[in-house]
Design a protein around this ligand. Structure first.
Ligand code: 5AD
Ligand code: SF4
Length: 469
């Protein structure tokens, strides 16, 4: 196939310029700058994609605006649970009312939900006021799609390809924080956990070349970035399919060497692929944060098998134990699904047991949501009241343990990367510890982007009130 990334990148840049000229014309006609707003649903990967959308919008001559009554509004959607989809449909009605008042308004929908055929059909038939739709594989074509919309004045749908190897990275981006950034190391997922829609919408796993990733991080470092988050659905299987395979642990070693980068995070780890080599690299690293997100999903070996997770309760517990032994100050966090089809009381007790044994620093708990097209969608569901009751019990246990774990650090002095002025009290700043906990303490704007030692004076359950040392 005749596809050249460099040419495609150049083409997109030329589309940006063409859109910019059209935007300037409209701007003159209206006597004001045109504005944009990007609303992000879902995970870190989407948040990172939204920074690219903003970069392209900025390049196309739009100016960011707080509210959704902008000239160009984009919803970067998520579809991992049904609720996420319902939220988008709910909010589209409001966008329509803005559009009735502003005929120049453009509404764009992108992200995982748009990779579902049924969704696109529904939008075409019931939400005809939407202007542009594209999926996760086509984000880099955003400028071209916008140009087409402006020239042809009809709904534009961009799904030419779902090949993750064709994604172009060299595009503008506007970071939410100047001092930290996400970096994609791989796209897609090959695991097909039986409840999960991600492999169907995000496509097959594809790892970027290590040299490209390192090059991007060096550039970010020169641009003032201190903390990076390596992003992938399953970072532990990074690099296995490259022509010259590179393990995730090896990639981390190379990132560690980059001057200026002070903190390294990554998301998400699958327990089945977490190697001893990775634990060793983390244990000896000065930069890799003391935080590992290790989704367990369920504590029952029988259910884990049905979920297609490729580990058991015992092997997960052994892994967690090994990690804690090798890296004693690590914060372990997790994702747990309650009410997976066929979950019995005994299965649920196993989940509570794992929570009690691992003692997570925090956990995201989800009620199972049926996703059409996944194997589990056809399996018998657990009654709603039973699920609700289990969910409440789980949450209670998770929160009690998390609060106890947080309390254990009270009084200690730890490094905080300051992120922002506190939202509620502008005499305080807000930042994060290496273990990802939030700390608020007295300070001003000059601290933003700096790593400073802070005494954790008081633990408030989920966060700390501190004092600069
Ligand atoms: N229902 C509920 N939770 C789900 N997750 C993924 N698919 C589903 C589903 N169908 C959760 C998993 C995953 C997290 C990102 O979302 O816990 O780790
Ligand atoms: Fe979904 Fe499993 Fe892939 Fe995570 S590893 S994205 S839960 S299929």
């Amino acid at each position: 196939m005749n596809y050249n990334k460099e040419n495609e990148a150049k083409l997109q840049k030329s589309y940006m310029q063409e859109v910019r000229n059209l935007v300037e014309d409209t701007s003159k006609r209206l006597g004001r700058k045109l504005t944009y707003h990007v609303t992000t649903f879902g995970c870190q990967m989407n948040a990172h994609d939204s920074e690219k959308l903003k970069g392209i919008l900025d390049e196309m001559g739009y100016m960011e605006k707080e509210g959704e009554d902008a000239d160009f509004v984009i919803y970067n959607t998520c579809t991992v649970r049904e609720n996420a989809n319902l939220k988008v449909y709910g909010r589209l009605g409001r966008l329509h009312s803005y559009k009735k008042k502003n005929p120049d308004m453009i509404i764009g929908l992108c992200g995982c939900m748009m990779e579902e055929k049924d969704v696109v059909e529904k939008i075409k038939s019931s939400y005809g006021f939407v202007d542009i739709i594209f999926g996760t594989h086509n984000l880099f074509q955003f400028a071209g799609l916008t140009l087409k919309r402006l020239q042809e004045n009809r709904m534009i749908i961009g799904f030419e390809d779902d090949d993750n190897s064709k994604i172009i990275e060299d595009l503008p981006s506007i970071r939410k924080y100047s001092f930290k950034s996400g970096v994609n190391i791989m796209y897609g997922c090959n695991n097909f956990c039986s409840y999960c829609i991600v492999p169907y919408v995000r496509g097959r796993e594809f790892s970027r070349e290590a040299d490209d990733i390192i090059g991007e991080i060096k550039k970010l470092s020169r641009d003032g970035v201190k903390e990076i988050m390596l992003l992938g659905q399953n970072v532990n299987s990074y690099g296995k399919t490259l022509d010259n395979p590179v393990s995730f642990a090896e990639l981390l070693r190379r990132v560690e060497e980059i001057d200026g980068i002070e903190r390294i995070r990554f998301m998400t780890s699958h327990p089945k692929d977490l190697s001893d080599e990775l634990i060793d690299v983390m244990a000896s690293s000065k930069k890799i944060c003391r935080h590992l997100h290790l989704p367990v999903q369920s504590g029952s070996s029988a259910l884990l098998k049905k979920m297609n997770r490729h580990y058991t309760k015992e092997s997960y517990l052994a892994l967690a134990e090994k990690i804690k032994e090798r890296i004693p100050d690590i914060a372990l966090t997790t994702d747990i699904i309650v009410g997976f089809p066929g979950e019995t009381d005994a299965d649920f007790e196993d989940t509570l047991d794992v929570v009690g044994k691992v003692r997570y620093d925090s956990a995201f708990t989800f009620i199972y949501s049926k996703r059409t097209g996944t194997p589990a969608a056809g399996w018998e569901s657990v009654p709603e009241d039973v699920v609700k009751n289990r969910f409440d019990r789980l949450l209670e246990k998770v929160q009690t343990i998390a609060a106890e774990k947080a309390m254990a650090l009270e009084g200690r002095t730890m490094d905080v990367l300051v992120e922002s002025i506190n939202e509620h009290d502008n005499s305080l700043v807000t930042g994060r510890l290496s273990n990802n906990s939030t700390v608020h303490f007295g300070g001003d704007e000059s601290l933003i982007g700096r790593i400073v030692p802070v005494v954790l004076k008081e633990c408030k359950g989920f966060y700390y009130i501190g004092e600069k040392e």
